[in-house]
Design a protein around this ligand. Structure first.
Ligand SMILES: [Mg+2]
Length: 173
């Protein structure tokens, strides 16, 4: 079960602080795209998210890791000025490991940030990396499989949140 738990829980990417990432020992941050940085139907970043990226890139190496193909990821990554690792096949760990290698970092120095337990968090744990689970920016109602996954994720998320509340540290384990 611990394979499905993130190291930290935060609501939005903009809630993740430099201190959070330092405490996790991050040198490199591996970023999911859909519902983490942006929504499926809005490829533009919110100004607050862009400001967050600009602050974080001063401190850490950042890389976009996506299951989408390079044709979709490359223009987005270029627009926000970040390297990318496409067709990552999350939750398999190889994409995360490949991205870490590409950035010249060991897996212990990597922190994965994403919104899905069954891709981002499971993949990070399988790769031996720390992770931060966000609430998705927007549920993709038209994508039935994702909706199905959310239903399975919900009880896990709820139990995790409850534990986090009890621990009064908002999700650090
Ligand atoms: Mg996502």
């Amino acid at each position: 079960m611990s394979l499905f738990f993130p190291t930290l829980y935060r609501r939005r990417i903009t809630d993740v602080t430099v201190e959070d990432l330092r405490r996790l020992g991050a040198a490199c941050v591996l970023l999911d795209v859909d519902n983490t940085l942006t929504t499926h139907d809005a490829p533009e970043l919110e100004p607050a998210v862009m400001a967050w990226l600009d602050a974080m890139r001063e401190e850490f190496k950042l890389v976009v890791v996506s299951n989408n193909n390079a044709e979709r990821v490359a223009p987005f990554a270029e627009k926000i000025g970040l390297p990318y690792y496409a067709h990552a096949r999350k939750p398999l760990p190889f994409g995360f490991c490949g991205a870490a290698k590409q950035m010249g970092c060991g897996r212990k120095q990597c922190v994965v940030i994403g919104d899905q337990i069954f891709t981002d968090i499971l993949g990070a744990n399988l790769a031996g990396m720390k992770s931060i689970l966000l609430e998705p920016i927007q549920f993709e109602t038209e994508q039935k499989f994702i909706v199905f996954k959310r239903k399975i994720e919900k009880p896990m998320l709820n139990s995790r949140k409850q534990r986090a509340r009890k621990e009064r540290d908002y999700g650090e384990r």
